[in-house]
Design a binder for this molecule. Structure first.
Ligand code: ADP
Ligand code: ZN
Ligand code: ZN
Length: 767
């Protein structure tokens, strides 16, 4: 800030991270808040005082309300220093101090600072993202209790006046005898609020704020418990290996097929930590946090279990957060943002289904909760376990390079066979019936006849992906996105899966006026209709985002499936996570080809994970399922490797490919994306950034490759053009150095109006 050093402020300065897009902190004066007269804490504060807590509380991690432009924002103190580079007359005082003690534990405070730096996101916004909404809005961490007491030296005259006011006298005596009653307690004893007001007006009683009672830590689990199950050798090896490394930093990759008993391993390790009074944080994918998951932990452990997920209202969220923070909860289960939950006595972090893409935040503060789990474990000096049946290539690479210790559970519990049998049906020269080959239909028929259940997987919701004109070839496209509309039934409509645009189904082609319109391709709705016609006596249950929109509809369908009667379960990606379907004996993947030729370099990895995960939902230990995969490219190496070998072998080959192409995890990426209504301004702006980048690389001799600016694979979305600039380096430190210098310059650039620039470090989604 350009001020002369003469006028710079020399006194106590509060450095605050404010939720604003600027990547810097702001200085404030502590002034305006007098230390509270009684005790230097809020205990003595008048109940109606709005100043909050004492100035003594001002230390890193405390929330403050500060003036910012013409707004008042809730920020977090990052430092209390002497002197500022800002002139004294330019500094504004903090409006209010909102906390008695820092919100975040030191470890969380540190990883938030680390993350702001690593992901190049403004610190104030990072803090805001890490708090429950109520705290973000400036609410108290724990509600102080307002209580009533007698004033220190009540005036004799006023006391005398009570002899004529019978009710007031009774209240006065009640407050004198009851220890600091609250308003509610006074009301319960028969005294009205106006009566309290009358006594207060006479200056005989006063209200005070006292802090909420201190929480007690959860009761440690019994240390010698009889477990129902005895572990198999692989599980035992895993438990032993992890147990040896508890209570200091280490990272394990628990690589175990679905049903191999990973959860049992987690629970043994958790038990040993819980019995020492240490808390466990269990991270699960968005869709994996089912009531069943929570119930499983609650059944096994006696300590309080709290779940932190998007279904909570703000009060519930704050309460769960508080229970983790004050140590009264033993187990914290949560989705992505739960990684920032402070814990009083951290003992273990588990990331289940670590490959799942929902651990990466895709907008705003674009962090990876999986990666931060590892960073956090190091900061807390505790153990972290990443578990999956289909580990990400990143984690496998980390295991190969000995950063993680890989533990393998190769078998389903109790089963001799290691895996489902997987067969590829070559449909290159077949006429398909609504996507199904004769062979597949025959198999479905057979499994149903044997009174089993069948799972049909199609990764596309709606009726059909394309509406076209059979006379002129016109294709219905969303005008806001460069993308095809998906045809939906019930109600018949066109919908854009990228921006949500909704249109009536046209009755004739807008191009040639022909009425000869048709659909191409299949979606779940179309297959549902087809299967209903093919198998009229068998219920078809469709599970996708459309059919499960209403609350409890998913639960209902899952219940029906669990009853075990023959049925066809039809669904999308949603089926690949969380649920087990023991009565399913056939899994049909109708179209494996989409993932094989995806533009995204992770396309094959994701497809392989989906196939293996979907396949893993079926069967039980003694009756593994049969898996059929339809493809027009049955000779494709990925399909062949999956069906004849294993996910591990597939991953080995993919890693070799990635290494050859110098793609992650053998290099590191950062995606800068400009989005604007005006295409040219976006390109021009990224051109400018490209020039700055080249300059910085040259000056600093930084080995970073620049790709683009190029139009994104999804060129236009929701009315905005999207342009990408990709930075790539084998040297993470070099990429980080470049990014921090670049971001410094970005903050000084003038952005074209309406242009949005996002920075995505370690991007998952390059579309
Ligand atoms: P994963 O998390 O790897 O998919 P789970 O932990 O859910 O596997 O275990 C699958 C099933 O096997 C569960 O019903 C579980 O109770 C059971 N199981 C786990 N470990 C054992 C064991 N050692 N012996 C017998 N059954 C087990
Ligand atoms: Zn036409
Ligand atoms: Zn659209």
């Amino acid at each position: 800030m350009p001020t002369t050093s003469k006028s710079n402020y020399r006194g106590l300065t509060i450095r605050v991270a404010v939720p604003s897009p600027l990547r810097r902190v702001f200085d404030y004066l502590p002034g305006g808040i007098e230390p509270e007269s009684n005790s230097g804490s809020a205990v003595g504060a008048l109940a109606n005082s709005s100043t909050g807590y004492s100035v003594d509380a001002l230390k890193p991690g405390i929330r403050v309300r500060v003036p910012f432009g013409n707004r008042k924002l809730v920020g977090v103190v990052v430092a209390v220093v002497t002197g500022s580079t800002v002139a004294a007359n330019k500094l504004k005082p903090v409006i209010a101090i909102l906390d008695r003690e820092p919100l975040f534990t030191d470890a969380v405070f540190n990883i938030l600072q680390w993350a702001a730096n690593y992901y190049q996101h403004p610190l104030g916004e990072v803090f805001a993202a890490a708090m429950p909404g109520k705290l973000r809005n400036g609410n108290q961490l724990k509600q102080d209790r307002q209580v009533w007491t007698i004033v220190e030296s009540p005036s004799e005259e006023k006391l005398k006046s009570l002899s004529r006011a019978f009710k007031q006298k009774a209240l006065f005596e009640f407050i004198e005898s009851a220890k600091q009653p609250s308003r509610a307690e006074c009301q319960l004893a028969g005294f009205s609020s106006p009566l309290l007001g009358q006594l207060a007006a006479k200056n005989l009683i006063q209200s005070r704020l006292i802090p909420a009672p201190v929480a007690t830590p959860f009761e440690a689990e019994e240390s010698d418990t009889d477990f129902e199950l005895s572990l198999n050798d692989d599980q035992q090896n895993a438990v032993t290996a992890i147990s040896k490394k508890l209570n200091r930093y280490s990272c394990f990759l628990l690589d175990g097929v679905t049903g191999s008993g990973k959860t049992e391993v987690y629970m043994r390790i958790m038990h040993s930590q819980l019995s020492q009074g240490k808390q466990c944080l269990v991270m699960v994918p968005e869709i994996g946090l089912t009531p069943q998951t929570i119930a499983r932990f609650e059944k096994r452990f006696t300590c309080p279990v709290v779940a932190i997920h998007s279904g909570l209202n703000e009060s519930e969220r704050l309460q769960a957060w508080n229970q983790a923070r004050d140590g009264s909860a033993g187990i914290i289960i949560g989705t992505r943002s739960a990684i920032f939950t402070p814990m009083a006595a951290p003992g273990l972090i588990i990331v289940d289904e670590e490959h799942d893409s929902s651990f990466k935040q895709q907008e705003g503060f674009r962090y990876s909760a999986r990666d931060l789990a590892v960073i956090r474990a190091r900061e807390e000096n505790i153990c972290v376990v990443l578990g999956s049946a289909t580990p990400s290539l990143e984690s496998l690479h980390n295991a190969n390079s000995k950063k993680f210790k890989r533990l393998i559970l190769p078998n389903r519990t109790g089963a001799k066979t290691t895996r489902n049998s997987m067969t590829i049906i070559d449909v290159a020269n077949e006429t398909l019936h609504e996507g199904f080959s004769e062979q597949l239909l025959y198999k479905i028929q057979r499994h149903i006849k044997q009174r089993n259940q069948v799972l049909v997987f199609i990764n596309r919701r709606g009726f059909a992906p394309i509406l076209n004109c059979q006379s002129c070839g016109w294709i219905a496209e969303c005008e806001n996105c460069i993308a095809q509309f998906t045809v939906h039934a019930n109600p018949s409509s066109l919908r854009c899966h990228h921006c949500g645009t909704f249109r009536q189904l046209p009755r004739f082609c807008p191009n040639c006026k022909s009425k000869n319109l048709g659909t191409i391709g299949i979606g779940t709705q179309r297959v549902e209709a087809f299967l209903n016609a093919q198998f009229p006596d068998t219920p078809v249950l469709r599970i996708d985002r459309d059919s499960t929109r209403r609350k409890a509809s998913l639960e209902k369908m899952l219940q029906q499936i669990n009853q075990g009667d023959p049925c066809i379960l039809l669904g999308t990606q949603m089926l690949a996570k969380g649920h087990h379907f023991p009565n399913i004996t056939l899994v049909a993947i109708v179209d494996a080809d989409a993932g094989l030729f995806s533009a995204d370099f992770r396309g094959q990895e994701h497809m392989a994970q989906t196939i293996v995960q979907v396949a893993g939902r079926a069967g039980r230990a003694n009756r593994p399922g049969e898996v059929l995969i339809q493809s027009r490219h049955s000779a494709h190496a990925t399909l062949q490797t999956l069906s004849t070998n294993s996910y591990a072998e597939f991953a080995r080959l993919q890693l070799a490919e990635r290494e050859n192409a110098a793609m992650p995890p053998f290099s590191h990426l950062c995606l800068l994306r400009a989005e604007a209504v005006d295409l040219k301004s976006a390109i021009r702006f990224l051109d400018k950034i490209a020039a700055i980048t080249d300059n910085l690389c040259q000056q600093g001799n930084l080995p970073v490759e620049r790709l683009g600016p190029i139009p994104a694979p999804m060129e236009k979305r929701a009315g905005r053009f999207r342009i990408h600039l990709i930075l790539k380096s084998k040297n993470r430190a070099a990429l980080q150095a470049l990014l921090s210098q670049l971001c410094e310059q970005l903050d000084t650039l003038k952005y074209p109006s309406g242009l949005r620039l996002s920075i995505d470090v370690d991007p998952q989604d390059l579309t």
